[in-house]
Design a protein around this ligand. Structure first.
Ligand code: DGY
Length: 414
């Protein structure tokens, strides 16, 4: 078996190879641009061996910040015909060609970790980023709250593209007039690992609507059929607020606004508790319906500093029942599909976030068990985008940036 040192060397190589100069692609071919939350995790990976490069990653991401504070989910630094939908489809006018939606706001959390690697070097870089990070946070608080929980306006925003959480909401959408388009993702990887055409039509339909409304948040709020309060957005935003508070205090800033955000988001997180499901769930704010989905995002409560004994019992159970946890969907659910993207597979990156939360909240045994299991998965099956939770087999793209970063910063650590 390959030694941990050799695997760490491979992981560093992946980050260096996927570096396009100032930003890192998630993987060549399938994702040829800078993705928001992938990039934040890449920074954490770089911080393990090149702190300066880690800062550059986050700084480049914030170069794409819109005037109103929004930080896009993709920055199209150079055009690449191998990806669809590209900048011409989104039609956005930020400082860098981009998509018109966001992604889970974990950049502030990762910036805090990068700073903690070397506080001397980091202070100035952190101080320059801080107002930009606060501006993005405030944008989310202004445009995305429903009863204190954070909503997504597109399945891509959560990162959990085809999670069953959106099935009911998407079923109410009419995408019959979406028109012809050519997907590129299925030219790079096995189509059984990817979202279906039914899902894709709806993703594109929402992009077309956003473009028609010039990505105006008020107009989209009034018209869009897709608005779901979800554990990914809510827990990562709450976590980001807590990290912004720590950063702000260290920089001597007034953090009273952030403290108020935290209070509101804590109450919002509890509106995602579905008693019948016995877990944190997504709720469609337009229909008022629960999704009825226990996903890996449900276990991000600890990441957000939210304790929950029932979730801990469920986590222990899933970790003993499923050979390669944490699956992105409940294996007992009808919608479970061990290979299809967010309908079953295990994602090392979500394990990282769950693991950070467990550790912070004092659940050291579970944190260590999850780190060890994630390390085993990467050792046996490589730096895949995601893994079959039942047999561990690699799925989706390979030589994946965030899986390499997860190894370096957490799973493969001595
Ligand atoms: C994709 O292209 O599949 C991405 O998930 C969108 O962000």
């Amino acid at each position: 078996m390959t030694s941990n040192t050799a695997i760490s060397e491979q992981a560093r190589e992946i980050l260096i190879t996927n570096d396009r100069g100032g930003y890192t692609v998630p993987t060549a071919g399938l994702y040829p641009y800078q993705w928001n939350w992938d990039s934040a995790v890449a920074a954490l990976g770089f911080a393990q061996f090149d702190v300066d490069r880690a800062w550059v990653e986050i700084e480049t991401l914030f170069k794409g910040q819109w005037a109103d504070g929004m930080v896009p989910h993709i920055l199209f630094h150079k055009s690449d015909p191998g990806y669809f939908p590209g900048p011409d489809v989104w039609g956005c006018e930020g400082p860098i060609p981009s998509s018109g939606i966001i992604q889970p706001p974990i950049a502030a959390t990762m910036a805090r970790f990068v700073w903690e690697q070397d506080k001397g070097v980091g202070r100035e870089r952190l101080a320059a980023l801080y107002p930009k990070m606060v501006k993005w946070h405030n944008w989310i608080m202004r445009w995305r709250l429903h009863r204190g929980a954070v909503c997504t306006t597109h399945p891509w925003e959560t990162g959990r593209d085809n999670a069953p959480d959106w099935d009911n909401t998407m079923a109410r959408m009419d995408a019959s007039d979406v028109g012809e388009y050519t997907r590129r993702d299925t030219a790079h990887v096995n189509s059984d690992d990817r979202p279906t055409k039914y899902d894709y039509d709806r993703y594109i339909k929402l992009v077309q609507m956003g473009r028609r409304l010039n990505w105006d948040q008020a107009a989209m709020l009034a018209e869009s059929p897709f608005r779901v309060a979800d554990p990914t957005m809510t827990f990562t935003t709450l976590r980001a607020a807590r990290d912004l508070q720590v950063i702000g205090e260290a920089l001597g800033e007034d953090t009273s606004g952030i403290a108020a955000s935290i209070e509101l988001l804590v109450t919002g997180a509890e509106t995602l508790w579905n008693e019948e499901l016995g877990g944190y769930d997504s709720r469609d704010v337009l229909s008022g319906e629960w999704a009825g989905c226990l996903s890996n995002a449900s276990y991000l409560c600890w990441f957000a500093g939210v304790e929950n004994a029932k979730m801990l019992a469920r986590l222990r159970d899933v970790m003993t029942r499923v050979p390669y946890p944490v699956p992105s969907n409940d294996p007992n659910a009808e919608s479970f599909d061990a290979r299809r993207y967010w309908r079953g597979p295990t994602w090392a990156v979500v394990n990282l976030l769950i693991g950070i939360g467990l550790e912070d909240m004092g659940h050291k045994t579970e944190a260590k068990a999850l780190a060890d299991k994630t390390a085993g998965l990467i050792k046996e099956h490589g730096f895949a985008e995601y893994f079959d939770p039942m047999n561990g087999k690699a799925a989706g793209g390979g030589t994946f940036t965030w899986t390499a970063a997860v190894w370096l910063a957490w799973a493969g650590r001595d």
